[in-house]
Design a protein around this ligand. Structure first.
Ligand SMILES: Cc1cc2nc3c(=O)[nH]c(=O)nc-3n(C[C@H](O)[C@H](O)[C@H](O)COP(=O)(O)OP(=O)(O)OC[C@H]3O[C@@H](n4cnc5c(N)ncnc54)[C@H](O)[C@@H]3O)c2cc1C
Length: 346
């Protein structure tokens, strides 16, 4: 039988074709995307990589290509098509910019078809690209709007001072366009499968959590309880604070804790930093299959959160982390053989 020779520099096309034939169509598609991007980089058509750029972000929790949310019928029987698809970029027009804090913006984009939905399941993220001087800059973003928000998609963005994508978005005016493709990966939520969805987020990292909250809020038949611990430096940096506060007051499925580290006397929420002592009273008891935890924050807070979860008996495969080092962080706390969450619907 033909063997792979790791030392040889010659490509064994016969073996390669044979191996490719074994792949499922969705895995082939994902591989084709990756190879096209690599070709663009090698041929110098890509923007290159700055130290922290994440254009090559690969979601280690996703064991196969992201599930797309295709056409669906609303309760009145009307069919809504998906606006985005994973293979090609779709052009979206900027319709509204809300300045939440100094460097935090909420941006609303019109989908080409006003009756369409984004095409992403709650919890999934998309890839957006901007063209600056003939070079594309591609970044992953988590929409905040629920799939049932027809004709629009809302993004929440922290504008990084020297960020290539951030600078392009900062200069966008109403009517300008952004290209997006997706879904690209992420947690794939389906209604009514969980007792409790616990989410811990900081700052603009809360975008996937907000999308999940919007989706559950829009579906009165979904009995999932949501516990959301949301921290930012100042109250202004808490995305959608007003809307979330109102929702928490009127819908008993939601239990929100807003916590800031800098505030004046008018602040009525919690105050402090995220550590084991602030998190533990907030976390529900670990009860296996019906409780999933999502963490949307930077590596330091992820480690603190994971340590608290580990101590309280949460299983590693009930935890999903948004961000490039999720698996490494789970392994750092739960050990190298830790079981991982998959992207499959919970
Ligand atoms: C799955 C996923 C979902 C995401 N969802 C969101 C989301 O919903 N909202 C969101 O805001 N972000 C999100 N992100 C992050 C986002 O993809 C980008 O990383 C972010 O917008 C920054 O991109 P940028 O091009 O502006 O910065 P980059 O150009 O990539 O720069 C990254 C950092 O390096 C600094 N930097 C760059 N060049 C220099 C230099 N020459 N000298 C010094 N510093 C420099 C920048 O200031 C910035 O802090 C997500 C990421 C992932 C992986």
């Amino acid at each position: 039988m033909e063997q792979l020779d790791y030392w040889s520099q010659r490509t064994n096309k016969r073996l390669l074709n044979y191996e490719l034939k074994k792949l499922k169509p969705e895995v082939k598609k994902e591989l084709a995307h990756k190879m096209l991007r690599e070709c663009e980089q090698e041929l110098g058509q890509d923007s290159g990589t700055a130290p922290n750029q994440d254009t090559d972000f690969y979601d280690p929790f996703s064991t196969s290509a992201a599930l797309p949310l295709g056409a669906f019928k609303d309760p009145a029987g009307k069919v809504h098509l998906a606006a985005l698809n994973a293979d090609t970029f779709t052009t979206l027009k900027l319709t509204e910019v809300i300045q939440e804090a100094d460097k935090v913006q909420r941006l609303k984009f019109a989908l080409p078809d006003p009756e369409a939905h984004s095409g992403c399941l709650p919890g999934q993220y998309v890839q957006a690209r901007v063209n600056v001087g003939g070079k594309f800059h591609e970044r992953y973003l988590s929409p905040m709007s629920a799939p049932s928000a027809f004709g629009m998609m809302e993004l929440g963005l922290r504008l990084e001072t020297h960020g290539a994508f951030s600078l392009a978005v900062k200069n966008m005016k109403i009517g300008d366009t952004l290209e997006c493709r997706g879904p690209c990966g992420g947690f794939e939520y389906s209604a009514g499968k969980l007792d409790t969805l616990t989410m811990i987020a900081t700052g603009v990292g809360a975008t996937p959590a907000i999308q999940l909250i919007c989706s559950i809020a829009n579906d009165p038949s979904d009995t999932t309880k949501v516990k959301f611990f949301y921290h930012a430096k100042t109250p202004e940096q808490l995305l959608c604070l007003e809307e979330l506060t109102a929702l928490g007051k009127h819908d008993s499925r939601f239990d929100f804790t807003f916590c800031v580290s800098e505030c004046d006397d008018s602040w009525t929420g919690s105050e402090g930093l995220i550590d084991a002592s602030t998190l533990k009273p907030f976390l529900p008891p670990a009860n296996g299959k019906t409780n999933k935890t999502i963490i949307c924050t930077g590596p330091v807070v992820v480690i603190t959160t994971l340590s608290a979860l580990h101590e309280l008996g949460y299983k590693s495969d009930d935890i999903y982390i948004y961000g490039p080092f999720g698996v490494e962080l789970i392994r750092a706390v739960y050990g190298q053989k830790a079981k991982l969450a998959t992207h499959l619907p919970c």
